[in-house]
Design a protein around this ligand. Structure first.
Ligand code: 16G
Ligand code: ZN
Length: 551
């Protein structure tokens, strides 16, 4: 009874915005920050219920990633650091759209009942709340706390300003019983980076790689964090210059950041001809995406993009190399482990990257767009590497494989300490600690790229030469109802409306190496078109003619 009146009282302060229907999309709720107070309050309730259900620490992150600064959003991190369990999404929608306090109470009651969640205040659970640097973040964070506070037994812990992957990492670590603060996060990633640097084979130093890395921080939280921690990284052998930290007066995501760089293929603000030839990286607004680039000429603003597919390829090549060194060890030293390695991509992956990965003998799987799908698939392997072309991705290691690796490393260190095999085991262990096991993380991903380039003795140009991207074009078409388009086969085929896929096939057949698909965006009211062909003007034309089919 106390719980009911508390919910009624507090939710009456947060009426939902009029005339908007909200939906928990691929990355939670996102909208203009001005209408989000009630949504964030309600996600606070959701997080509290999720924590009671799982009897674990849950995360609540307030961010709209690469969206413009006036937007904001909110999403949940599960106990293992992953995305909200998909079967809770409809409940999230019902909660966000409940029109009156009475209706909201009814939604909560029914759901708690069906999930077997006791709302008697008997248990105490923690919800970690974080936000990015958006000005709307602090008042939304207060709304989240009130939502959490309206469920008896739920306690909100304000983690302040964090990158999205940091919050996911901390939630995961807390549930594993580890010490987990932002300091522990940086301690772990910088010490495992150090470990990889110490294991670099002699003779692979290349002057080009030793040059400093220039990072575009998107005027967001990632740039700020890097600015603070760059001295520590410098001690570990990595010199970084951070631009667009947000402290120079630039606007979040405006002409800067990984999404801008990847989509527009031009230099972000603050970069130009003076950076010709340098190794540059770009983070997105909440630092869960990473792309690299170089400035193409001494005059223009054109770049050579080194995208998520290339980061994936670099990681895959390095890991395969370590696995094959390990395989060469004396098998008298315990059983071998049939490590099952797989890579996961979406339809946006450049066809040349898929060909390259297959040539390396890797199993390549495809899922629909959205981290939750890629992550789930990658978790099925002993080592699952996933990346979206836009730069979101990570490497997942299975518990079974990691314990085998620990045991093998122990054995090797007693019989052949310092051998190549032991070094390979140590490198893989370091990668598993450096790379964020919860979610794609631009900061930890960047450190892994930097370590591998030094290990290989590769410049960014050498890395970029792993394969040549096929020319591609992305377009979007504004539509009234994007749900009219339904796709199958990891978004490569349209099943509704009828007839469209046949028309796309007919268009595509006109282009050598042509490939084209359309899909409804999960974040905007548009249909996206992607086309690839052997020449840029062909990719452009193919995309355009297919866009006309949709219009
Ligand atoms: C979200 C997704 C990202 C995906 C993008 C596609 C997460 C955390 N983020 O940003 O993975 O690439 O949406 O956007 O899942 P779209 O559906 O508008 O093309
Ligand atoms: Zn992001």
């Amino acid at each position: 009874e106390e719980q009911r009146s508390l919910l009624l009282r507090s939710s009456s302060q947060f009426p939902p915005p009029e005339g908007v229907k909200l939906s928990y999309g691929t990355s939670g709720f996102r909208a203009d920050a001005g209408i989000l107070q009630s949504t964030v309050y309600r996600v606070g309730i959701l997080a509290a219920l999720r924590a009671l259900k799982t009897e674990s620490v849950i995360g609540l992150m307030i961010t709209a990633s690469h969206n413009e600064v006036s937007d904001n959003g909110v999403k949940i991190a599960e106990p293992n650091g992953g995305m909200l369990s998909q079967h809770w999404e409809p409940f999230a929608d019902a909660l966000a759209n409940a029109q009156t306090p009475e209706h909201l109470l009814q939604v909560v009651d029914e759901f708690a009942e069906s999930e077997g969640i006791a709302l008697d205040g008997a248990k105490s659970v923690d919800i970690l709340v974080g936000r990015d640097t958006r000005p709307s973040g602090s008042s939304l964070l207060e709304a989240a706390k009130l939502g959490i506070g309206s469920v008896i037994g739920a306690v909100a812990l304000d983690m302040g300003i964090l990158t999205t992957p940091q919050l996911h990492w901390i939630v995961r670590a807390r549930n594993n019983g580890d010490k987990a603060s932002e300091i522990d996060y940086f301690e772990q990633i910088s010490s495992s980076f150090r470990c990889l640097m110490d294991l670099i084979p002699s003779g692979s130093e290349s002057n080009e790689v030793v040059d400093k890395l220039i990072v575009d921080g998107a005027n967001g939280v990632g740039g700020q964090k890097l600015q603070v921690y760059k001295e520590v990284l410098e001690l570990n052998g990595l010199v970084i210059e951070v631009r667009n930290t947000g402290l120079e007066g630039g606007v979040l995501n405006e002409g800067v950041g990984a999404d801008f760089v990847q989509k527009e293929k031009v230099v972000p603000h603050g970069f130009g001809s003076q950076d010709f030839g340098s190794r540059c990286a770009s983070l997105d607004g909440d630092a869960d995406r990473l792309v690299y680039f170089t400035v193409l000429s001494e005059s223009g603003n054109k770049i050579e993009l080194v995208d998520g597919d290339k980061i994936l390829s670099l990681f895959a090549v390095f890991i395969k190399e370590q696995l094959s060194i390990l395989k060469n060890r004396d098998t008298k030293l315990g059983d071998d482990y049939p490590c099952c390695i797989g890579v996961v991509q979406t339809a946006y992956a450049n066809g040349a990257s898929t060909d390259f990965l297959k040539q390396q003998g890797l199993e390549v799987a495809f899922t629909p767009t959205g981290v939750k799908y890629l992550h789930e698939k990658a978790a099925q392997y002993d080592i699952g590497i996933y990346f979206e072309a836009n730069g979101h991705g990570t490497i997942l290691f299975s518990e079974l494989f990691l314990s085998w690796l620990e045991a093998t490393n122990n054995e090797l260190s007693s019989v052949s300490k310092g051998s190549e095999q032991q070094k390979a085991a140590l490198r893989l262990l370091a990668v598993s600690k450096l790379i964020n096991q919860a979610v794609g993380d631009a900061l930890s991903g960047m450190l892994l790229v930097e370590a591998i380039l030094r290990h290989m003795g590769w410049s960014i140009h050498r890395w970029n030469e792993l394969y040549h991207d096929l020319p591609s074009r992305q377009l979007k078409v504004k539509v009234v109802d994007r749900t009219a388009v339904v796709t199958a086969n990891a978004e490569t085929e349209v099943v509704k409306p009828p007839g469209i896929q046949e028309a796309i096939n007919a268009e595509t057949a006109n282009y050598p190496k042509g490939r084209c698909f359309i899909r409804p965006s999960g974040t905007e009211d548009v249909i996206r078109v992607y086309a690839e062909a052997s020449a840029q003007d062909e990719a452009d034309r193919l995309a355009k003619s297919v866009a006309n089919l949709v219009d």
